[in-house]
Every structure is written in C-alpha cells, then in structure tokens.
Ligand binder design. Sequence first.
Ligand code: NAD
Length: 303
Amino acid sequence: MTRTVAIIGCGLIGRAWAIVFARAGMTVRIWDADPSVLEAAHDTLRKACHEVGEDPAILANVVAVADMETALDGVEWVQENGPERLDIKRAIYADLDRLAAPDTILASSSSAIVASQFAEGLAGVSRILVAHPVNPPHVVPVVELCPSPGTSAHVMDRAEALMRAVGQVPVRMAREIDGFVLNRLQAVLLAEALSLVAQGIVTPQGLDNTIAHGLGRRWTLMGPLATINLNAPGGIVDYLDRFGPTMARLSDGAARGAAFDQNTTRIIAASMPPPDRVQDLSRRRNERLAQLAHFLKSNEQDH
Ligand SMILES: NC(=O)c1ccc[n+]([C@@H]2O[C@H](COP(=O)([O-])OP(=O)(O)OC[C@H]3O[C@@H](n4cnc5c(N)ncnc54)[C@H](O)[C@@H]3O)[C@@H](O)[C@H]2O)c1
C-alpha cells in the first residue's frame, strides 16, 4: 500500500516538502488556507522540479484537496508549514489534533517556535514535534527533529525512520532549546561576521569568500567536529591540545547580539546585489545546490 502524507500550508517550504515526499513514491495531499495558493500549486511545483532537474512526473503523486479534513484522512505524517506565528500555529494544531487519526504524526516546519508552545494541553501532545528543514529541503537534506517534553520516544523513532526513508538526514535532538541546533550555530557565526565587517577588518566579499572558499568547502563534506579531528596529526585530542586555548580566547572575545545593528546592515546591503535580483539568484543557487547534492550522492555510492 502506498504511504500517504499531508502537507498543510503550501508556501515556499510546503511545496519543497511536497517534492521530497512525492519523489520518494509517497502519495502527498496538499492543503492551504488560501485557495489561490492551491490553485497555483501544481504550476509552481512543476517549475520547482524543472529548476532542480527533478522529473515532473513525480507530481502525479501530489493531490490538492479542498479542506484539512480530507487532507488528513488516513495519512501517517502531517508536515505543517503555516506562517511562523504562535497564534496561527496554536489554531492549526488544535484542528490537526482534533481531525487526524490518533497514530498520525504531526510535524511542524517551525523555524523558531518550539513544539511545547503549540502542543501543550492538546490530547495528542505525544505525537507532535518540530521537523525543521533548511530551505529548500528538496535540495538540502538535513532536518532537525525536536521533541516537546510531551513527545513520545516512539514518535521520535518513527519520525527519524520516515525522514531517512524519504532521503533526508534527520538530526534528532534530546530536548527543546531556543533556535534548535542549526540556528544557534548560524547566529554566533553571523554575529562575528557582521562585527568583522563593521570594524572594517574585512570586506563583505572577503568575509563571504572565507566561508564559501574556505570553511564551507570542508563543511560540505563533514561537520566542524569531524573537520578538527583531521586538523592535527593526532586527531581531535591533539587538535584541542594545540589550538584549544587559542579557540577559547577567540570565542570568549567573539561578537554577541549587539553586532546585529542597522549601521552594519547598511554597510553590507551596499555591497550586495539589489533585492530585485534575489529571486533569480535564489533560483540559480537552488540549481547549483541540486547539482552538488547529485554529485555528493553519486560520490558516496562510489566508496
Ligand atoms: N522560508 C524559510 O527559509 C524557512 C526555512 C525553514 C522553516 N521555515 C518555516 O516553515 C513555515 C512556512 O514558511 P514559508 O517560508 O513556507 O512561509 P510562506 O509564507 O511561503 O507559506 C505559508 C503558507 O501557509 C498558508 N497558511 C496561512 N494560514 C494557514 C492556515 N491556518 N492553515 C494552513 N495554511 C495556512 C499561507 O497561505 C501560505 O501559503 C514557517 O513555520 C517557517 O518558519 C521556513
């Protein structure tokens, strides 16, 4: 029997998830509170497939439905992608929990709102979690699985297995924390990046080159911990012995939240392509991410 999932909220992230599940051969029911979004969904999905070299034939697995109840009928997983607003998430989860069968897992794409904030007090709290993707999830596979204190371990196991089955890379968190893992890491890196530019130590281009052609090159293949394990002949213990005190000094002196100020925003904005190029540049970025994902996958299979 074909596995079936529902996508609730079919904007940027919901559509990308639809591609992830559809290309894994699952039936995908999509629903959005705005009927015009649903009407346009198949066209937009077709364009998104072309952009990343995905066969649009997979969209035969995607069915747009007129109401939430129909979307939820018999599905094993709901991926919710409504707006990042607590009042809206609370209202959506009250409906989802009332309408979905008891063994259906309800997962939110929420970027920052933790599950306890919209799941607490609901009868089905144990089947609700955050499954936070990175934009766009059909070409960037990591997904952070973050439980609320009420989420059951069995639901986390099923979530992890489903994400692997559709080709994503789940990162299972033991408990809730503000920003999950990815954005906590991104925040400290961005603060230091903004501060170095604001102090005039490096240009925005130089800063971006440092990551794109430096740290980021290695991080495409492995994370920062596996990286430092290779950065000293004796592995990570040797690395931390040699460089730990320097890294500790630098991190103690690193920039904090004050780095996110308007003056720095102005300096960096002046060096960036204008906002009317964002859409085109994002499309090109997604094409290249898809090529990279393809290369990395075929390369893994060679080893
Ligand atoms: N954009 C990103 O980079 C990104 C990355 C990771 C996670 N997220 C998270 O994914 C979620 C969706 O973000 P997005 O960027 O796709 O936003 P979006 O604005 O593109 O899409 C939101 C969709 O939800 C629909 N909607 C509004 N109210 C609804 C309701 N009550 N029920 C069902 N649908 C409703 C809207 O019509 C819209 O189509 C947010 O929680 C966001 O934080 C976004």
